[in-house]
Write a protein that binds this ligand. Sequence first.
Ligand code: HEC
Ligand code: HEC
Ligand code: HEC
Ligand code: HEC
Length: 288
Amino acid sequence: MKRMYSIVIIFGIIFITFYIAYAQKTMGDSYLKKNYCIECHLKLNGKPRSVVLEWENSVHAKNNLECHICHGGNPDVNDAKEAKGKKTNFAGKPKKKDIPEFCGREGCHVQASVQLKKGPHYSSVQKIGSPNCVDCHGDHNVQQSTYHIITDKTCSSCHSVEYSRELVNSIVTIEKNIEDIERSLAYMNEKNVENKEMTLRYSELKSYFHQLVHIFSKQEIDFTKKLVEVEIEYLNKELQSKIASIKRLDIIYIMTSAFSIGVIIVFTVYIALIRQRRAKIQRQFQSR
Ligand code: HEC
Ligand code: HEC
Ligand code: HEC
Ligand code: HEC
């Protein structure tokens, strides 16, 4: 009997331990502790408060990436000095020229940062702090980006309006072509047509285009434009022939269906006629 009790107790303890671990995992740390960077900054006025409101709608907030991911510091203490003490790696507000390193740290956006450094803008960033990551993406209200975040106004503070428009237009054209391909690929997926090779080439093309907006040299733009044109020509040709064959299949399907329905109708009418005739003969036979 005693043994029985101890077994029950041991299992009970094991169960409770696992339950607590599970609850912590599913509810996350935020359930257990407060983030005092956010708590305290929401009580402030002006910029130190508005950055929190902006951050709350960002792609970072949606992925639980809180203040200390970028700024360092200790979010667990409700004391400004202690939260930003030397041991906490607090980074504060970065200088404009340091932002590519700030965003491009290991584990964050290394690739974008390396690309920016390759381009002609980096020397300008080092001299006057612009154009850097936050000029295009914003600082706290960072959203999932598409080419729409760039307009000629993004560039015309430094380049002429015409030159800016020309550059932005060529980017828009490339992106539109890419979107066309994306739509066609989606259509093929819907129709279950094999398109592995094409999807692969498409995603390579797209990642090349992603790089363009971070490197931005004239040479790179022209090269990308050519590459995209060649790829688009290939992909469009493939698509056209595949989509044509889908449509052919669709037509065959419609015609077969129509034919089957036709056969059924004719057959039904035929049976009805035979029955009618049989009834008539039967009646004639009875009346005799
Ligand atoms: C994705 C990285 C990132 C996150 C997350 C982030 N910040 Fe920032 N923060 C920055 C950058 C970059 C700057 C510098 C912006 C600039 O120079 O335009 C900055 C600047 C600031 C400033 C100075 C604003 C000014 O112009 O005086 C404050 C205050 C601040 N952040 C607080 C916070 C707080 C509080 C949070 C959490 C709610 C937070 N930040 C989350 C990147 C971040
Ligand atoms: C108890 C309140 C409090 C807490 C906790 C707190 N802050 Fe602050 N923070 C402030 C105040 C007040 C200012 C404005 C001080 C100033 O302008 O010099 C500020 C300024 C800042 C700035 C911009 C000025 C700078 O030093 O570059 C950043 C960035 C910042 N806080 C980030 C954080 C982060 C990240 C945390 C959490 C790890 C945090 N804060 C926790 C009160 C707090
Ligand atoms: C000239 C404007 C501009 C600058 C400067 C810029 N970006 Fe971007 N970034 C864009 C645009 C536009 C996109 C969307 C590209 C697309 O849809 O193909 C983008 C996309 C991104 C993406 C998502 C793309 C992906 O690979 O998934 C990240 C992350 C990013 N940028 C980070 C950064 C960082 C970090 C910096 C600074 C080192 C930076 N960007 C500087 C314009 C810019
Ligand atoms: C803060 C100022 C600034 C902004 C904003 C800016 N640029 Fe630049 N850009 C420069 C500087 C400086 C150079 C280097 C000029 C040189 O080396 O002769 C440059 C060079 C270039 C070049 C290379 C020119 C070449 O002949 O290779 C291109 C392309 C370019 N920028 C495109 C853009 C686009 C597109 C935007 C907007 C998304 C933009 N720039 C926004 C300052 C800026």
